[in-house]
Design a protein around this ligand. Sequence first.
Ligand code: AR6
Length: 168
Amino acid sequence: MGKIKIIQGDITKLTVDAIVNAANKSLLGGLGVDGAIHQAAGPQLLAECKQLHGCETGQAKITKGYQLPAKFVIHTVGPIYSGSKQDNELLRDCYINSLDLAKDHNLHSIAFPAISTGAYGFPAVPAAHIAFAAVQNWLTEYSDYQMEVIMCAFDVKTAELYRAELKK
Ligand code: AR6
């Protein structure tokens, strides 16, 4: 059985098998959580990312964690919020594809930031709902697999939304 945990703080500090990066399609770094992860992992992360030749929205790619306490980084690209229905599907895909990739690599703990809710403008309330629904469905589907999912909220507001989702 898997489980979901909520943590408020900096995802780069977490000692887990993988942290997820809310990247952009280039996978060559940026601001926000992407910048923080590259900063903490060191230049080798960017060197490995350059070999990946980018990533499509909703998809995910894995690298090592280098100087991070996390062993791996799973880079996913959230949708740039437009208000269309497809945004929801693509955000869901980010969570599902990251979890699938973690399982493919036999990883058992993964931490997610609130993908797309910063620079990419996805409203926090529906994003939290989509994130928890996706993770809970995945854990149900793979109920014979041990996976600890850490939902990492950077700010108080996101942490509160996450706690409300977990209670549902
Ligand atoms: N730990 C955990 N969460 C964080 C951290 C951190 N250290 N730093 C920020 N957050 P954003 P996006 C939260 O903008 O919306 C980048 O430039 C933040 O509070 O990082 O998917 C990429 O290169 C917010 O809730 O990602 C892309 O170009 C959440 O992480 C673009 O931004 C996501 O905010 C991606 O935009």
